[in-house]
Design a binder for this molecule. Structure first.
Ligand SMILES: *Cc1c(COP(=O)(O)O)cnc(C)c1O
Length: 416
C-alpha cells in the first residue's frame, strides 16, 4: 500500500527484503515493520512544522515496541502515554521524560508519582477530581505538576463510534463549558503549574474540518483564559489523523499541518501533536501463512496462522485490512473468508477476498502497524507473534515470539 512494501520479482518485499525470507527466518505470524516508513512519516511532520516551535509526541499505545519508540526517540520525538507502563517503556527505549505528555481518564496515584519522579513535560488532566488528586500527590512529593486540561470540544470526528472521543457523551476530557472554571481552580492549586491546553477528538479521521472546528473552539477558551491572566505555553492538538486502509482519502500530513497552522495564525504557543496511527499504521504488515483451505457450501475459508489475538481490529471494529498473497502463485483464484484458528465466529482477518492461494501460501495483512501488536492478547493460549524491523537490506528481530511457558509463568496451582 506504499513505497516501503512493494512487489518486486513476483514477491512482496519490505524495503529490500523478500517477505518469504522473513517467514523462513522468523516464522509466522510475524509483524514486519519498515524503519524507512517510520522515519519518512516522522520527517513529514517535522518538515511541515519547520520554523514553528513544536513537539511531535508519538502516541505509544498505537505501537509500543521498544524498537519503534527508539527509532522515534532518535529522531527527536516526544511521546504521548496513557499509563505508567507506557512511561516505563519510553524510558527503557531511550526516550526523554521531558518530552512526555500523559493522557488518560484514570491516572492512578502510583502513575502520577512515577511521572512526577521522571519529570514529564505535561499531565493532560481529564477531570476536576484528577486535578485535585494530582495537586495532592505533587504536594506530598514536594513537586509542582505541569498540567494541561484536556478539553472536550464537542465536535463530531465522523469516525467509528468506538474511536470517537471528542463528543459530549464521550468519557474523555473536561466539558467545554466547564473548562474555564476548572482552569481557575487549577490556577488556585499551589502544586500545579498550568502550561497548556489539550484536545484529542478521535482516531482515523479522514477529513480536516473536525480538527479545525476543534481548534477554533479551544482558541476561544485560550482567549478567555488570557483575559483572566492565565497564559498558556503550548497547545496540544492531539492525534487522530487517519490512514488509507482501502479507499479512504485522508489528508496528507503536509496538508493537515498547513490547515492547523492556518487556524493558529497569530498564535505563538508551542504546538504539540500526538500522532499514532498515521506514523505506524502503514509502516507495518502482519505476515501469516495459510494452514488450510476449507471449501464450504456457501463460502470458502482460508484458515491462517494469525488470528484475532494477533490483530484484533477486524473483530473489534469490523475494520478492513487489505490482504495480498506474498508471492504470485499458480493456484485457482477463489473468494475466501480469511479466518484464524480461534474459537470465535468473530475471529476473522478479512471477508470475501479474491486470492490465488493454497495451504502454505504466505499472506500479507497490510496497514497492520498501528493497534495491531499493541492490542494483541494471549486468547486461546496463543503466544504473541514475533516482530521484526527491516532497515534497507537488513532485518532485525525486535521482539521474540513468545513461548507458551511464558504465558503461565505467573500462575499458581492451589496448594491444597
Ligand atoms: C490514541 C490517542 C492518540 C493517537 O491517536 P491516533 O489516531 O493513533 O493518532 C493521541 N492522543 C490521545 C490522547 C490518544 O488517546
Amino acid at each position: 500500500m506504499n513505497s516501503f512494501f512493494l512487489t518486486k520479482n513476483n514477491q512482496l518485499h519490505a524495503e529490500a527484503v523478500p517477505m518469504s525470507d522473513i517467514a523462513a527466518q522468523f516464522d509466522t505470524p510475524c509483524y514486519v515493520y519498515s524503519r524507512a516508513a517510520l522515519t519518512d512519516g516522522f520527517l513529514q511532520f517535522t518538515q511541515a512544522l519547520q520554523g514553528r516551535d513544536h513537539l511531535i509526541c508519538f502516541a505509544v499505545k498505537s505501537n509500543s515496541n521498544l524498537a519503534i519508540l527508539n527509532v522515534f526517540a532518535r529522531l527527536g520525538a516526544g511521546f504521548d502515554i496513557v499509563s505508567g507502563g507506557e512511561l516505563q517503556r519510553v524510558l527503557a527505549a531511550g526516550g526523554d521524560a521531558g518530552k512526555v505528555v500523559f493522557s488518560g481518564v484514570g491516572k492512578t496515584e502510583a502513575e502520577m508519582r512515577l511521572a512526577l519522579d521522571a519529570g514529564i513535560l505535561c499531565f493532560n488532566v481529564e477531570s476536576a477530581a484528577e486535578l485535585v488528586r494530582l495537586n495532592d500527590v505533587a504536594a506530598d512529593m514536594g513537586k509542582i505538576a505541569p498540567i494541561s486540561l484536556r478539553v472536550n470540544p464537542d465536535v463530531d470526528a465522523k469516525t467509528h463510534p468506538y474511536i470517537s472521543t471528542g463528543l459530549k457523551q464521550n468519557k474523555f476530557g473536561v466539558a467545554y463549558t466547564e473548562a474555564v472554571a476548572l482552569y481557575r481552580q487549577a490556577a488556585s492549586l499551589p502544586n500545579l503549574h498550568i502550561t497548556g491546553m489539550d484536545c484529542h477528538i478521535g482516531s482515523q479521521l479522514t477529513e480536516i474540518s473536525p480538527f479545525i472546528a476543534a481548534i477554533e473552539k479551544i482558541l476561544v477558551l485560550v482567549d478567555e483564559l488570557a483575559a483572566e491572566g492565565i497564559t498558556l505555553e503550548h497547545l496540544d492538538l492531539g492525534g487522530g489523523l487517519g490512514i488509507c486502509y482501502s479507499d479512504e482519502t485522508p489528508p496528507a500530513i503536509a496538508d493537515y499541518i498547513a490547515a492547523i497552522l492556518g487556524a493558529l495564525q497569530g498564535r505563538t504557543q508551542k504546538i504539540i501533536l500526538e500522532p499514532g496511527r498515521v506514523l505506524v499504521g502503514n509502516a507495518g504488515v502482519l505476515l501469516t501463512r495459510v494452514e488450510y483451505v476449507k471449501p464450504g457450501e456457501e463460502k470458502h475459508f482460508a484458515i491462517v496462522d494469525a488470528a484475532m489475538n494477533d490483530l484484533m481490529r477486524p473483530a473489534l471494529y469490523d475494520a478492513y485490512h487489505y490482504i495480498t498473497a506474498v508471492e504470485q502463485e499458480a493456484h485457482p483464484t477463489q473468494i475466501y473468508e480469511i479466518v484464524g484458528p480461534i474459537c470465535e465466529t468473530g475471529d476473522f482477518i478479512g471477508h470475501a477476498r479474491e486470492l490465488a492461494i493454497a495451504p502454505q501460501s504466505l499472506l500479507a495483512v497490510h496497514s497492520a502497524g498501528a493497534y495491531g501488536m499493541s492490542m494483541s492478547s494471549n486468547y486461546n493460549t496463543r503466544p504473541r507473534a514475533a516482530e521484526v524491523m527491516v532497515d534497507g537490506e537488513t532485518v532485525q528481530l525486535v521482539r521474540e515470539r513468545e513461548m507458551v511457558s511464558q504465558l503461565w509463568a505467573g500462575e499458581r496451582i492451589m496448594v491444597v
